[in-house]
Design a protein around this ligand. Sequence first.
Ligand SMILES: [Zn+2]
Ligand SMILES: [Zn+2]
Length: 350
Amino acid sequence: MAPRRTDSAPPPPAADPVAALDRIAYLLERDQAPTYRVKAFRTASAVVAGLDPDDLRLRVERHTLGDLKGIGPKTADVIEQAHAGGVPGYLADLEARPSPVPTDGAALLAAQRGDCHMHSDWSDGGSPIELMARTARDLGHEWVVLTDHSPRLTVARGLTAERLRAQLDVVAEIAAELAPFRLLTGIECDILDDGSLDQEPELLDRLDVVVASVHSKLRMDEPAMTRRLLAAVRNPRVNVLGHCTGRLIQGKQRPESAFDADAVFAACAESDTAVEINCRPERSDPPSRLLRGALAAGVFLSIDTDAHAPGQLDWQGYGCARAKACDVPADRVITTWPVERLLAWTGASR
Ligand SMILES: [Zn+2]
Ligand SMILES: [Zn+2]
C-alpha cells in the first residue's frame, strides 16, 4: 500500500491558476469557511479552466480578468500571481494556517484506505463526481464510495431510480479513467418510517456499497424508531448504518433520536452491518457513549466523512480522533480495509 499522507494534498505547481484556485477552495472547505466564500474560488476556477491559454495571457497582461463573469478582484489577483509563477499571497496565508482537523488519531488516520460516504453535485454536494474522486485519491485513499441521496429526500435532490441508473454509467467512465484508484458505486438510502428502503431493490443490488440513514421523522417514539432501525440494519442490502442518532451539535442543533441502542447494535453485529462514525463536526455521530456500546456489541465501524465538498474529504481525522478515544482497533474499521476485502464483505451480505 502506498504510504498515506496525513496532511492535505500538496500545494499546486507554480504558474497554474486553476490549481491555485482549487487549492484555496479546498482549504476553505476543510476549514469550514462559509459557502459563498468557497464558491467564488470554485466559480473562478471553472471560468479559467474554460479559457484559451492565449486569451488568459492577454487578460493577465491587460488586467482585464475582472471583466469576466465569475471573476472578482480577489480571484483576479490570485490568477495573476499564479500565472506569473508565484504562490498567490492569499493561498500562502491559508497554507500557513494550521489545519483545524485533530491529529490525535494519527495512526488510525494513516491506516485509512477509503471512505464509504460522500456526495456530488448530482444530489446536495457542491462539486462534480470526478473532482470528489480525484481529491480522495490525492489524499492517499485507494478507494472511495459515491453515495448520493435517494428519491424521497427531495430537499437534497435525491436521485430517482432513473437518475441513479444514469449516474452508474457516468461513474463507470470516471472509474475507468482513475484506475487503479477505485471509485465505487453506492447510495445514501433513506430509511423510511417503517424501516424499508427508499430505492428499487434490484438497483440496490447493483451497487458496491449501501449506506442507509434516517433523514425524516427523527423524533418518532422510541419503540417505533427501534423497529425502524432494526428493520433497516437487518436488511441484507444494507452495509452501513449512517449517522445513527441524527444529532446536530453545532449551528442549528438537534437532539439524538431515541431508540434501543443495545438492540440495534446487536442486530448490526448479527447482520454484518457496520455502524458509521460520521466525521462531520456538526454531527460527530454516534456520541462516544454509543460508540463504546457499538464496539462492545462487536460491530464493524466505518469512519466516513459524509463530504459534500472536496475539502471535507479531509475530515476523517475528526472521526479517527473520536475512535481512538474509544479504543477502536483499526481492523474493526472497514475504511482501513483493502478494496477486495471491502467488496467481498458487502457482496457476501447480499
Ligand atoms: Zn445523511
Ligand atoms: Zn450524507
